[in-house]
Design a protein around this ligand. Structure first.
Ligand SMILES: NC(=O)c1ccc[n+]([C@@H]2O[C@H](COP(=O)([O-])OP(=O)(O)OC[C@H]3O[C@@H](n4cnc5c(N)ncnc54)[C@H](O)[C@@H]3O)[C@@H](O)[C@H]2O)c1
Length: 347
């Protein structure tokens, strides 16, 4: 499958490497409004000069949308209507309405649309998911997730904290990954109670901290904190608690822990995985080496999905992307109303 990339920024650098590393994937060229950036990323591949040109290129089968979120709808809808499969970076878009348009375009064209939630592919997260799915920790009761970084000192462009471009603050940035992970582990969410705050960075209409309680349709409860004032530096963790144990995924450094018991409060057996080869690789080649591996696995699943085969890993669909945006917006509604926000059913 031949991929074109729209956007030649930070994530596109890693996407290109992932496409080159994935079996049956080929890198077919780049479009960026900054032509020079596109030329550098393209290398010996083609540089496209307009959206029309890249989406209508008969040479390409799929488009990766690696631009700021306010452009995702226009680019993805045009590419889907031109018959291309599309992988769009997180957050899927900056509004529920935009996500709906994208879902509709994918339905009409019959092509594949997925959302770039590569944290699902982190080995520690996969270990946690397996512990829940196999029943190793018993009946799932609650899931707790945290994601944080130091906020504005992390960003290299102002659009990254613009409401109009991103659609929100911490919840649409690092938080959207955590919303997706909680949804991925817990299953459908039926309502959201939340509170968001922005007193330290005092940004225009975007929150720097958000807290939420998520009610699972199957009875489990989720709690979430997304932060741009995590002065300890970037990290995230997600923990799942069941009747007979718990599982935890942490990054960075990558680490997972599983505690199992024969009954609630019984004698615990604890297994910790420190992922030493991965940590050594990150010391030598940076965190990007882990990101590229997860993006490569995601591309492989995308190709399988587009070929009507079952994905081997946990690729996030467009519905998953939509659901995460719906949950983030429900936190904002709940902050305003001081009541829980019920979520709609399937779209
Ligand atoms: N999966 C992850 O963990 C992850 C990590 C980083 C970024 N992202 C997401 O990837 C997307 C891009 O982020 P980034 O950090 O690479 O941003 P970036 O600013 O480094 O790059 C964005 C690029 O898009 C180009 N661009 C803007 N509008 C365009 C348009 N209409 N057509 C063509 N090119 C256009 C810009 O010139 C720029 O080169 C965002 O949605 C971001 O949230 C995901």
């Amino acid at each position: 499958m031949k991929f074109g990339i729209v956007g030649a920024g930070a994530i596109a650098q890693l996407r290109k490497k992932a496409v080159e590393a994935a079996q049956e994937a080929e890198f077919g060229g780049v479009l960026d409004i900054d032509h020079e950036k596109a030329k550098v990323l393209a290398g010996s591949a083609r540089v496209f000069s307009s959206l029309d040109e890249i989406i209508n290129s008969p040479d390409l089968d799929a488009i990766i949308v690696s631009t700021p979120p306010d452009t995702h709808e226009e680019i993805a809808v045009a590419a889907l209507r031109a018959g291309k499969h599309v992988l769009v970076e997180k957050p899927m878009a900056n509004s529920i309405k935009a996500c709906r348009q994208m879902l509709e375009a994918a339905r009409e064209s019959g092509t594949v649309l997925t959302t770039g939630f590569n944290h699902r592919y982190f080995p520690a997260v996969k270990a946690l998911k397996e512990a829940v799915e196999t029943g190793a920790i018993g009946q799932l009761s609650y899931v707790r997730g945290f994601t944080g970084h130091t906020g504005l000192s992390e960003f290299n462009s102002t659009w990254m904290y613009s409401k109009d471009v991103m659609g929100g603050g911490a919840l649409f940035d690092n938080g959207i990954h955590m919303i997706d992970l909680i949804h991925h582990i817990m299953g459908p969410i039926s309502s959201v109670y939340g509170k968001s705050a922005s007193d330290i960075w005092a940004l225009d209409r975007v929150e720097e901290n958000a807290f939420a309680i998520l009610s699972g349709a199957n009875g489990a409860i989720g709690s979430l904190h997304a932060s741009w004032t995590e002065w300890k530096g970037y990290h995230f963790y997600i923990e799942a608690y069941g009747s007979k144990g718990m599982a935890r995924a942490f990054y960075a450094p990558m680490q997972s822990m599983i505690i199992t018991m024969d009954k609630p409060g019984g004698r615990p057996t604890k297994k910790v995985n420190y992922y030493l080869p991965l940590i050594v690789r990150e010391k030598l080649k940076g965190w990007q080496s882990t990101a590229i591996r997860t993006l490569t696995d995601e591309i492989s699943d995308f190709i399988r999905l587009a070929g009507a085969a079952s994905p081997l890993g946990p690729i996030a669909t467009a519905d998953d992307g939509y659901r995460a945006i719906e949950i983030a917006n429900a936190v904002y509604s709940s902050t305003e109303s001081e009541c829980a926000t019920p979520l709609e059913g399937a779209v």
